[in-house]
Write a protein that binds this ligand. Structure first.
Ligand SMILES: Nc1ncnc2c1ncn2[C@@H]1O[C@H](COP(=O)(O)OP(=O)(O)OP(=O)(O)O)[C@@H](O)[C@H]1O
Length: 301
């Protein structure tokens, strides 16, 4: 039986009139690389803040290592390496002081590993935080999150605003840590190609609602793209169960679909349409299709 490091049940959160999270339930199994995706304002940071105990659930429950993060901050935070979205590191410190300062909070700080990471991330001990570039700040923040070898890493947009080379460093560090030591990573990201590259599980948030949570393989296998040709030109694509989004005109259309394969094929045959090709969409294409389909449904409601 797999152990879940994080278990969230029916978590809801409002900020004034804004429903930031609505009845979100998800669990993160031990050893997973879990990618949390969603558009700006979808609720990703709000969800991560509940996991860290920075926000108290207005309704629902959050358990991390079986503990309530609000009731037991030391029990939870000592086992988490956290990279915040704002990378809020004390600007007056040097990198060395930052190491010493952070180390004081974590008895399990590994100085050899910290030095290894410092070399890999090309950080200079004497440099002041205030002079670090955005990329260097992200590397320093990640180093601090990793160096006490926490069983759980929570990273908010670890590669946001970084150049591709730095991004690769960060992702490599994530993968290496997880693969080497079987630890768990939960990270939020806008970069779907990266999420597809490193995650084995994903959750998609849309305006505070959980649109889907599953293994990456299940998501990829359950979605497919059909290129179809109708006998006669179509003024618009017909409404078909399982068809999420479509592009095209006249006789030829490209459709991103979810499940319902046999029904969809039968419906297309009924409409005198031939399936020319079936291909696999990327996670980004699936994400866009799910978002558009969700927006269409909520518009209808
Ligand atoms: N402290 C707060 N006070 C008021 N509204 C808030 C607060 N924190 C978040 N919100 C609102 O809640 C919603 C979700 O915000 P959140 O930061 O969780 O989204 P996000 O998915 O992390 O977005 P981004 O990708 O832009 O970082 C947004 O509409 C945001 O404006």
């Amino acid at each position: 039986m797999s152990t879940h490091v994080i278990e969230i049940e029916n978590l809801s959160r409002r900020f004034g009139k804004k429903q930031a999270l609505a009845n979100v339930s998800l669990s993160v199994p031990e050893g997973a690389v879990f990618g949390l995706v969603g558009e700006n304002g979808a609720g990703k940071t709000t969800l991560l803040k509940h996991i860290l105990g920075f926000l108290k659930p207005q309704s629902g429950t959050v358990r991390v290592f079986g503990l309530d993060p609000v009731a037991d901050p030391p029990g939870v935070l000592s086992r988490i390496g956290h990279l915040s979205e704002s990378r809020d590191l004390p600007p007056w410190m040097t990198v060395r002081e930052l190491f010493e300062f952070t180390r004081a909070f974590y008895p399990k700080w590994d100085p050899v590993y910290a030095e290894e990471l410092r070399m890999m991330f090309e950080l200079t001990m004497t440099q002041k935080v205030t002079t670090l570039s955005r990329g260097q700040l992200a590397r320093a923040g990640l180093l601090l999150a990793l160096a006490h070898r926490p069983p759980l890493l929570v990273l908010d947009e670890p590669s946001s605003g970084l150049d591709p080379l730095v991004r690769k460093d960060i992702l490599d560090a994530i993968i290496r840590t997880v693969v080497d030591e079987g630890r768990t990573v939960l990270f939020s990201s806008h970069l779907l190609d990266e999420v597809q590259r490193v995650s084995d599980r994903i959750a998609v948030l849309d305006q505070g609602q959980l649109l889907l949570t599953s293994t990456l393989d299940e998501v990829l296998v359950s979605h497919y793209r059909l290129t179809v040709s109708f006998a006669e030109p179509q003024p618009c694509f017909p409404v078909l169960t399982g068809a999420l989004t479509w592009t095209g005109s006249g006789k030829e259309w490209d459709v991103i679909c979810n499940g319902q394969r046999q029904e969809l094929e039968a419906a297309l045959r009924e409409l005198d349409a031939e399936i020319l090709e079936q291909t696999a969409p990327t996670l980004e294409e699936i994400f866009v299709a799910r978002m558009k389909s969700a927006a269409r449904s909520s518009f209808k409601d």
